[in-house]
Design a protein around this ligand. Sequence first.
Ligand code: CP3
Length: 339
Amino acid sequence: MELKNDILLRTLRGEATERKPIWLMRQAGRILPEYRATRERAKNFIGLVTNPELAAEVTVQPVDILGVDAAIIFSDILVIPEAMGLPYQMIESKGPYFPQTIHTAEDVARMQVVEAEVSLKYVVDAIKITKQMLAGRVPLIGFAGAPWTIFSYMVEGSGSKTFSKAKAMLYQNPDLAYALLEKITLSTIDYLKAQIRAGADVVQLFDSWAGILSPEAYSTFATPFIQKICEAITEVPMIVFAKGAFFAMEDLGKLPCTALGLDWNMSPATVRAQVGKDKILQGNLDPCMLYAPDDVLVQGVKNMLHAFGDRHIVNLGHGLYPDIDANKVKLMIQTVLEN
Ligand code: CP3
């Protein structure tokens, strides 16, 4: 189906556009009362993620309410560990928790390489329903966690300030770490391809915990697996967002992906110089700027637009926080549409 608003896809093709496209990480979420209402009907977060009709409904909400230039399928990166054989829980106001974690070669051997059409059929179905509901209004972004970030949760069992258990495995037993990273990588490729077959027009990889690795560890345990995924996904443009990986941007610039995400610690000019002129850059407003008075926010958005220049997809430097006022988000979007 031909898209009515294809400004994101034209930007990803490197075409000059009349303005910049905008979407926001975590645009579907607790900032919208409509999201909270749908989540009630699903009972809890995992109930929402695994219910294709309700997941599609919250995916489309920010398109209707905020007017963003793309939808991102409502799911979580943790569906991959779950499908590999490691179920998770989402603990209210605390975050993810895995009752079992990976320690030994036997644990890694037990993990399945995912067949997404079977074990993640609920995501495939949510994408198909979302595409029907969008009816070509905007493109749909699919996503997955990058292998290092998924590995961190599978070994650590929850979020952590240091991820010291996950990092310890890299240094104590690199072969075991590699074996698990390899299984995650194969699973992720199958999963992204299933999302694309179901209708995802773009895919994004989230390496949320990139910033806790040293440059050397990142180039050993993270980039090579992202590279494999980029090489395998040739059907649609891919965006790689490695949060905190300012030290790796030069290497990431060499990946066969279309776009790179920047967090708010990264300077657009510096990253542009590191990665060359071809890559499309995405980001990077500090989400906390959305707590600022209107005039400060508008100026902050304009400064960001200017700092990136062309080949830019407007976004935040990380996801929206639940207590951000949706009116501030609308003002950010309006500022981008007018500039
Ligand atoms: O709108 C979108 O961006 C799509 C939906 C999306 C969610 N999670 C929904 C969600 C996406 C892209 C993710 C990815 C995700 N999940 C990442 C990578 C992006 C990032 O933030 O770095 C990570 C690390 C996770 C793991 C995860 N899921 C955490 C740490 C948490 C708890 C955080 C919190 O705010 O409570 C989640 C839960 C989660 N995933 C929520 C949403 C909307 C909040 C849960 C709720 O509704 O109660």
